[in-house]
Design a protein. Structure first.
Length: 267
């Protein structure tokens, strides 16, 4: 099995640089905000963080490809870094501390591209999570000061805590009925949103979460962290990994139940 220790160390270095840039402009009164063609906001901090990460990757991994939310795809080859400089930009703009930089490394294999390294850094929450294939998932301040992550052992939907982002996306996908049925049947629901539900699934504080529409940069880092913590991460179609344009994540024990409510094969 390949050794991803060096890539994981690099991901931490990249996140440190991004954290410094994003925190410097968080809650700045003169923060510049633009609206992208898809009507979502982007700030100067999004752009500067991605530029910093790309610059460091160019020096440290010049042969690797890069895909970022703000500046698109660059390079080719079997290894590709996936960057979301600020996941939760709307929170960032409003001064809500629930936002993070997402960094992942995907590697091409026989079954296609898969995420092998993932890091989620939420500096305004003073939290960071990371994982690498075969090395487990962790949270803490650094590689040397970390706690291993483990998903929960909850085995019944009636006992499960379910996290999601919003209602509107489920309605647009004509899946609101299944979403509401799940909300009624599970023990607890909370709309934490963005990266955070997936990290809580990995921590074992939430049991299931799902979102109906996502991009690769929203999912790649989260997918490997959930999987290395002992959980499952698929699309709503049940396809493993971050490839379906949407996501369902669980402790593993509840995954088929989760898909029976919000999956693409629900009757």
């Amino acid at each position: 099995m390949p050794d991803y220790h060096d890539d994981l160390r690099l991901a931490h270095v990249l996140a440190d640089a991004a954290d410094a840039a994003t925190m410097e402009r968080f809650k700045a009164l003169d923060l510049k905000v633009e609206t992208k063609p898809d009507m979502t906001p982007v700030t100067e901090a999004d752009k500067s963080a991605e530029e910093l990460i790309r610059g460091q990757l160019q020096r440290a991994r010049p042969r690797d490809a890069v895909l970022g939310e703000e500046f698109g795809s660059e390079g080719s080859g079997p290894r590709r870094w996936i960057i979301d400089p600020i996941d939760g930009t709307k929170n960032y703009v409003r001064g809500v501390p629930v936002w993070a930089t997402l960094i992942a490394l995907m590697e091409r294999g026989e079954g296609g591209d898969r995420p092998v390294v993932g890091l989620v850094s939420a500096p305004a929450l003073n939290r960071r999570w990371w994982a690498a294939e075969g090395l487990g998932a962790f949270t803490g301040r650094s590689l040397t000061s970390a706690t291993r992550l483990q998903t929960s052992q909850v085995a019944r939907i009636q006992d499960a805590s379910f996290a999601y982002s919003s209602l509107s996306g489920w309605e647009e996908r004509d899946k609101l009925s299944g979403f509401l049925d799940l909300s009624r049947d599970c023990w607890r629901t909370r709309a934490y949103g963005d990266f955070w539900p997936y990290m809580m699934v990995a921590e074992g504080t939430v049991d299931i979460c799902a979102e109906p529409e996502l991009s690769l940069w929203d999912m790649a880092a989260c997918a490997v962290i959930v999987q290395e913590a002992g959980g499952r991460y698929t699309g709503l179609d049940g396809r493993p990994g971050p490839h379906s344009g949407n996501a369902a994540a669980s402790n593993g024990l509840l995954h088929e139940d989760l898909l029976s409510y919000v999956g693409d094969n629900r009757g």
